[in-house]
Write a protein that binds this ligand. Structure first.
Ligand code: MN
Length: 424
């Protein structure tokens, strides 16, 4: 089925501010509520949230494979359960309702007033009931930088890295929404390598610049998803700050990998931008040498040009941009990640979330973590207020933004913003 909603020539009868992340070509999905309205499914255009529950009640979703209960609910899971065909039809329909050349909705002023809500009047909620959360380690630059710092600069990449999209199983209970503050985690750290570990608040709190994709229902246990099929099982993407306690990580990670250094909080942006909306921004991925094993081979373009940035805002001060990166730098693409995840027969479910892994680019100002940007604390970053950062301090807010742009169409994610409070 054609994705009519992606037509770059479409204009809406709703005014969209210049440089908005949410033109008519985006049509993301999220969950919102207001003082009057119960939690429900919404979309977004410009500075308005679109109430899909009300559109359904008013009959605008006739002949689509959805029921009112798919929208009158506090997660996108029931809607996503209808699969890619269903959500593509739905997005095409919403696009028609917003199209300046079509009058079905715009001619009906009462309906317009009911379904369009100024964005400053809504509270965004967790969009998805996340089942399992997996995090990958798919940026060659990031893996190389970390290998250089902690192991051997001459053999920075571990022998498996160019063969396997390396990943680990994370924890979904601590995935939180943008806007929710976190407390500095506590745990075991070993600041003096020659002394016993101590129990203390983390001293090396870090962000990880990532995106994450959300899956539709996969295949039954025992079956695998191919790279060719993979994108049919991906609903959409969010910005993802995978908080990390580097000092806890250093002490705990051998031999089983990340644990308490990673599961105290992971923040996502509220709007899920569909993989359909990102199709016009596909690009060729990096050449993979050595040639990957057969189940990881893929045809066509599977990488996406998504400009990303990270900012730190000290309490009461201006934001400072600390990194500008791009999702296109990733060595392993989402199709390969999902094919690898299921190659052993592991089943993926509706609402699972897969982190990309920290996204570091080739230059020093495009790294995706403080660990790399300040190179293990040896090159502190200057903030606009004159202060310096080796890692994230209490009362800092970390903000990530991302968007795609081509031929005058900008499709963006908004932001994920999280403030760090002192340890409890
Ligand atoms: Mn991560």
């Amino acid at each position: 089925m054609e994705i009519t909603a992606n037509n770059p020539n479409l204009k809406s009868w709703i005014e969209v501010p210049k440089n908005s992340d949410f033109p008519i070509q985006n049509i993301p999905f999220g969950i919102f509520k207001t003082n009057q309205l119960t939690p429900r499914v919404g979309s977004r255009i410009g500075d308005f949230v679109i109430d899909l529950q009300s559109l359904s009640v008013l009959g605008y979703f006739e002949n689509l494979p959805f029921e009112l209960s798919d929208f009158a609910t506090n997660s996108l899971n029931p809607m996503m359960a209808k699969g890619k065909k269903g959500t593509r039809e739905l997005r095409n329909r919403i696009s028609k309702l917003l199209d300046a050349n079509l009058t079905d909705l715009q001619k009906n002023e009462h309906h317009v007033q009911q379904v369009l809500i100024p964005v400053d009047q809504v509270e965004m909620l967790m969009p998805v009931q996340i089942g399992d959360y997996t995090d990958f380690y798919s940026s060659r630059e990031h893996a190389t930088n970390v290998g250089m710092m902690f192991r051997d600069p001459a053999n920075a990449l571990l022998p498996n890295w160019l063969w396997i999209p390396v990943g680990y199983h994370g924890r979904s209970s601590s995935v939180i929404l943008s806007g929710q503050a976190i407390h500095r985690p506590k745990g075991q750290i070993k600041p003096d390598p020659n002394a016993d570990p101590i129990y203390a608040p983390c001293r090396n709190l870090d962000f990880e610049l990532e995106t994450a994709f959300i899956t539709y229902e996969g295949k039954p246990l025992g079956d695998s998803i191919t790279t060719e099929e993979a994108e049919d099982f991906i609903f959409g993407k969010v910005l993802f700050n995978d908080w990390s306690a580097r000092d806890i990580q250093t002490w705990e990670y051998v031999p089983l990998g990340p644990f308490l250094a990673k599961n105290f909080a992971s923040s996502i942006s509220p709007w899920i931008v569909t993989l359909d909306a990102l199709q016009p921004f596909k690009v060729q991925g990096p050449t993979q040498v050595p040639e990957v094993l057969s189940y990881l081979k893929y045809e066509g373009q599977k990488s996406y040009d998504i400009a990303l940035e990270v900012l730190i805002q000290p309490e009461g001060q201006k934001e400072t941009v600390v990194s500008k990166s791009n999702f296109k730098y990733m060595y392993w693409n989402m199709a390969q990640q999902l094919a690898h995840h299921t190659v052993n027969g592991c089943n993926v479910r509706c609402g699972d979330m897969m982190g990309s892994g920290t996204i570091s680019g080739p230059t020093e100002d495009s790294y995706g973590s403080m660990l790399e940007l300040a190179w293990k604390g040896t090159k502190p970053l200057k903030m606009k207020d004159g202060s310096e950062r080796k890692f994230i301090q209490d009362h800092d807010t970390v903000i990530m933004r991302g968007y795609c742009e081509q031929n005058g169409v900008r499709v963006g994610f908004g932001e994920v913003s999280t403030k760090v409070l002192p340890a409890k």
